[in-house]
Every structure is written in C-alpha cells, then in structure tokens.
Design a protein around this ligand. Structure first.
Ligand code: UDP
Length: 328
C-alpha cells in the first residue's frame, strides 16, 4: 500500500512525506513545482510531476501503486495575495481539490487527510479557538480551504469517503533531516526574519502595530513542523483503523506576537535584525491561538516542541545550512 502526497515537494508536505518514509511506508509524491523546486522532493518516494486535479494522472498513479489514502497539501497559501487575486485561490485550492477528490473516488481511494488552516475561523470571537468556533474567514485563502472542507463533509455524507481536515496554525521550524521552509516568493514571518539575519534582506517589515494585542502586533500560534508531521501519522492511522471523519486544530496553544518573533530571532542569531513598521496586511486577523484539545483526545497527539526559542532555533539551523534555500 502507498500513500499519495499531493504537494509533497513543499515545506509541510515534504516534512510529512519524510516522516511516513522513515516509518517504512511507501510514499508517492505528486507536485507541479508551482511553489517548490525539484531539489525538495523527498528521497525514497515515487514522484510524479503534475497538478493534483489531473484526473488521468491520478488514475495512472492509482494503477501503478495501490493507494491506501491521499494526504492533500498542494495549495497556494498566501493570505495577502488571496485578497488581491481570489480567483487564483478558489481555482487552485477549491476547484482543484474538487477535481482531485473526484479522481480519487474514481480510483477507489476513499481516505483523505486534508491540509486545512486556522484561517477558516477569521477574527476570533474567543480564544483559544476550538473546532466549534464560528467560521468567517477574513481572506479568500481561508474561504478556499473552508469551501474544500465543506466539499469533504458533503462527500463524506453522500459517498462514504472518510477524511481528517487538519487546521494548521502557523507552521515553522525544520525537522532536522535537511527539510526546511523555502517558499517562492517567501512571505512568511520566520523565514523572512531569518533571511534578514543572513543579510539576504535589509530589514523586516512589521505589518501593523495598532492591533488590539499587548504590543500592538499580530499574535499567532506557531507550531513546529515535526509536530505537524506526527499529527499526520496519527490522523492517517486513525482513518486506516476505520474511524469517522473529523476536523482538528493543530497548534501549540501559545500565542507569540510579531515583535516577540523578531526579538527571539535577534537573540538566537545574534544579529540586530532591523525592523520597520508599515501598514497592516489586508486580511490578517489580530490573534489566532488554537485549542488542540480535540486532537489530543482523538489522536493522542501532543506538540513536543513548544517554545518559540526551540522553533526559531531549528528554523535558523536550516537557514544557516541552506542560505539559498533549495535553490543552492
Ligand atoms: N508578518 C509581518 N511581516 C512579514 C510577514 C508577516 O509582520 O514580512 C506578520 C503577518 O502580518 C502575520 C504574522 O506575521 O501577522 C504571520 O504571518 P505569516 O505570513 O507568517 O503567516 P499567516 O499568519 O499569514 O499564516
């Protein structure tokens, strides 16, 4: 049996694929390199280049491998860009997922682990956010993922597929096996801050310091990518054991502000990391902090690398060793 991983050349998909490979599982990666590079395809997997909604390709993969489940990561992930170009997000994230799910069902694959996001919740009504929290995304990226969750929910009821929608908060860090965060273009806070420490960027721009938070900058729940990987292993085992569809938050339960991230990076890198406050980025909620109690109860999952120091230090390790990312 093989596990199909869409977007497996990406940061989270790649880390998760490596975890499955090191557990001795057969992994098939499907990626179109729209946001990644061939160098980041995990070693030891079977690889296919293409879009995840390419029905013919999915049928071919299913013919060549016995697919037990699909882990669906392939997506665009920039909240700011999604506000400027929502079509791109609805097409690439929602419509593509619809095409993928249809092709999977045609191929008899009925178990799906879906990469969802904290952005499905929007501006928090209370915090920490649990899975029952109202879902009012503040940007089309969050909407594109929420629509996809709704498709899964509907297909689960009508066609008997089973899924685990995993709502990631802010993934960060490196798994220590040579896999790290390298987006093209890079828009995420921790890699941008670390690139500033490396001299690749002159300064980090803080997107707004007038939010209703203790220091005025946005607060996020940063979760180590290796902890996300262990949650995926548990979610896969959960579905394989015949358990019902579920939606789960994956976060570490602590919030850190943009300024705290920059300060931590200064301490860890020893670099002054110049920062300048600019206007807010459209679509950014002020605070996103998870309650992951449900994932703890259902999957027996607990994040292990919870301090900001540890997360930034592990990301820094990768950035130091890979100053040009996967382009080196
Ligand atoms: N952010 C920032 N400057 C940057 C990139 C991000 O101030 O150059 C802020 C952003 O507004 C958000 C937080 O850092 O409040 C985390 O943003 P990121 O894009 O890393 O993840 P997101 O929360 O959008 O998933």
């Amino acid at each position: 049996m093989a596990i199909l991983v869409t977007g497996g050349a990406g940061y989270i998909g790649g880390t998760v694929a490596r975890s499955f490979l090191s557990r001795g599982e057969e992994v098939v990666v499907l990626d179109d390199f729209s946001k990644s590079l061939p160098a980041s395809v995990p070693e030891g997997c079977a690889f296919y280049e293409g879009r995840s909604d390419n029905g013919e390709l999915i049928a071919k993969i299913a013919k060549e491998h016995e697919i037990s489940a699909c882990l669906h990561f392939a997506a665009f992930i920039e909240a700011g860009e999604s506000v400027k170009d929502p079509y791109k997000y609805f097409y690439n994230n929602t419509a593509s997922s619809l095409g993928l799910f249809h092709a999977l069902m045609d191929a008899g694959v009925k178990k799906i682990v879906f990469s969802s996001t904290a952005a499905v919740y929007g501006e928090p009504k209370y915090t920490p956010i649990d899975e029952e929290h109202p879902k009012n995304p503040t940007n089309p990226y969050g909407l594109s993922k929420l629509f996809t969750e709704k498709i899964l929910e509907t297909f689960s009821a009508s066609y008997g597929i089973r899924y685990a929608a995993l709502r990631y908060f802010n993934a960060c860090g490196s798994d220590g096996t040579g896999n790290g965060e390298d987006h093209h273009p890079e828009t995420h806070l921790i890699p941008l801050v670390l690139q500033t420490a490396q001299g690749i960027r002159k300064q980090i721009f803080i997107f707004g310091d007038d939010y209703p938070t203790p220091d005025g900058t946005c607060v996020r729940d940063y979760i180590h990518v290796s902890d996300l990987a262990s949650a995926h292993l548990a979610a896969y085992d959960y579905l394989m054991s015949g358990s019902p569809s579920v939606s789960l938050n994956l976060g570490n339960g602590s919030g850190f502000s943009v300024k705290e991230v920059i300060e931590t990076a200064r301490k860890i890198t020893g670099h002054p990391i110049p920062a300048e406050t600019v206007q807010r980025r459209p679509g950014d909620p002020s605070v996103l902090v998870a309650s992951s109690e449900k994932a703890g109860k259902i999957l027996g999952w607990k994040p292990e690398r919870r301090s900001l120091d540890e997360m930034v230090a592990s990301a820094w390790e990768w950035h130091k060793n890979n100053p040009n990312g996967y382009g080196a």
